[in-house]
Ligand binder design. Structure first.
Ligand SMILES: Nc1ncnc2c1ncn2[C@@H]1O[C@H](COP(=O)(O)OP(=O)(O)O)[C@@H](O)[C@H]1O
Ligand SMILES: [Mg+2]
Length: 475
């Protein structure tokens, strides 16, 4: 191993895990790089070819050009996964030379920023840097040091990126966590965080994940899938798109259900596009990922406990607080626990037009899980009372599924129509009907069941003229 930083690293992974460093890595890197004076045999970066002079664009362009040059160079010199001390030195040298040799239209502030940004991008994620430099990559999934997958254009591919060993991966995970003020170690072996660019990161360490540390980066902001993109990807039909817009505008409460990665949050964002711009929206998320177009948005994010186990802010606290902010709409990114109760109560007391998602296998399962979550609020409510709350609070359940062909589709739009005995009643308005595989893709249609939902009848009674042809069964 020719990595100098390894000499100071404890070899025992357990020792490694408990060696919790809270120093922000950039400070560390700066400190290290100030000490070093050696100049490397780095090839002089090529002169930039006539960059545009418009400030912000030109900075971003220069940074991304230099980042590419830097990565190519590191790769050629086999330094991509070198230790951070060595890398810091190389990056500083590279930037020094680039600034000296290339006619870069940058002011002093931008020059300093450039060094910081490149250090951050190169050192922050180690061997993952080239993957994250590719804007087409939407997810990066690391299962132990030798298996790195990416999702690109909706498909998972295995890459040949590898970490040197488990320690190397752990070090990078700790660095990513430290960068956003979190710690991951043996005592708390899981971390869920949002990076400064909005990407979501989850990391775990053994023994929670048996076969090694994992890292899941779900990138954000690179390619926002909007309502029409989703429709073009075959997630729902034009009639379903219209129904959604009507019910969102008409302030119906909607529960979006589905498995992990089925596209619930994406769908939620698309549904929210129909919220009128004049409304005040308060969002509550565990790791803020929603982007809304509306001007009047207050975003809230839960907070895990700090190292002393204090300071936790749960979704419940935020939902309760959101109610005091005079919202027109409350959007809860995903319900997972006791906040379900507060959300239902809000929906039942005039805060209409709320949207949320829930992890479930079917619309019926979604209702059952919601009931369990309400119980997590700790009040001893009889189950019938909870079900009545659910039935009067929520009008539609939209269930999403990632099908065998990898396409994410709305499987069902169902309406909650009431209770029969102790059981909430659901009726399907739209369903996806599969006709089996045709080549790689599943053939099938989104079909209306012919039932006009009661919410639509109500809206029509209020003179909101939802077109009824949406619900006609295709011949
Ligand atoms: N209709 C779709 N077609 C292709 N990719 C999609 C679609 N909907 C969502 N995605 C992608 O799938 C991934 C998971 O979506 P997300 O909404 O976060 O799922 P969930 O909230 O159910 O876990 C994201 O990378 C997202 O961009
Ligand atoms: Mg989600």
């Amino acid at each position: 191993m020719n990595d100098p930083s390894d000499n100071r690293t404890p070899r025992d992974p357990r020792q490694m895990l408990s060696r919790a460093s809270l120093a922000l890595p950039r400070d560390h890197v700066r400190a290290v790089s100030k000490r070093t004076t050696s100049s490397s045999a780095m090839a002089a970066p090529k002169a930039a070819s006539g960059p545009p002079r418009s400030a912000a664009v030109s900075y971003l362009r220069i940074k991304s050009d230099l980042h590419q040059q830097l990565l190519t160079d590191l790769d050629r010199r086999n330094l991509i996964s070198a230790g951070e001390d060595q890398l810091a030195e190389v990056v500083e040298d590279f930037v020094d030379q680039a600034l000296e040799l290339q006619d870069l239209p940058l002011n002093d502030g931008e020059r300093r920023q450039l060094v910081d940004d490149l250090l951050e991008e190169t050192l922050g994620v180690g061997p993952l840097a080239p993957l994250l430099a590719d804007p087409a990559v939407t997810d990066v999934l690391v299962n132990g040091p030798y298996q790195v997958y990416i999702e690109r254009f909706g498909h998972l591919e295995k890459t040949d990126v590898r970490f040197r060993d488990t320690e190397h991966l752990v070090r990078i995970i700790q660095r990513i966590a430290a960068r956003v003020g979190r710690r991951i170690d043996e005592a708390s072996p899981m971390v869920d965080a949002r990076l400064p660019d909005g990407s979501r990161v989850n990391a775990t360490l053994p023994p929670v994940t048996i076969d090694g540390p994992t890292l899941s980066i779900r990138r954000f902001g690179r390619r926002r899938l909007r309502r029409d993109d989703l429709m073009n990807l075959g997630m729902f039909s034009p009639a379903m798109r219209q129904l959604m817009a009507w019910v969102v505008r008409g302030r119906k409460n909607i529960l979006i259900s589905g498995g992990t990665g089925s596209g619930k949050s994406t769908f939620l964002g698309a549904a929210a596009e129909a919220i009128p711009d004049r409304e005040r929206i308060v969002t509550v998320e565990d790791a803020a990922e929603l982007i809304l177009d509306q001007q009047h948005v207050v975003r809230m994010e839960t907070r895990p406990p700090n190292i002393e186990g204090l300071g936790r802010i749960a979704a419940r606290d935020l939902v309760i607080n959101a109610l005091r902010m005079r919202p027109d709409r409350i959007i809860v990114g995903e319900v997972r626990g006791g906040e379900a109760l507060d959300m239902l109560q809000a929906m039942n007391t005039g805060h209409d037009g709320s949207l949320t998602t829930i992890h479930a296998n079917s619309p019926r399962d979604a209702l059952a899980r919601l009931e369990t979550m309400v119980l997590m609020a700790g009040l001893e409510l009889p189950s019938r009372a909870i079900r009545e709350q659910i039935v009067s609070a929520i009008q539609l359940v939209i269930h999403i599924r990632r099908y065998e062909d990898g396409v994410r589709r709305v499987q069902t739009i169902a309406e909650i129509t009431g209770m029969e005995g102790d059981t909430p009643q659901l009726q399907d308005i739209f369903v996806f009907r599969s006709r089996g595989r045709q080549g790689k893709r599943l053939a099938g249609d989104f079909v209306a069941t012919g039932i006009v939902p009661r919410v639509v009848e109500q809206m029509r009674a209020e003179n909101i003229e939802v077109p009824l042809h949406l619900f006609h069964v295709a011949q």
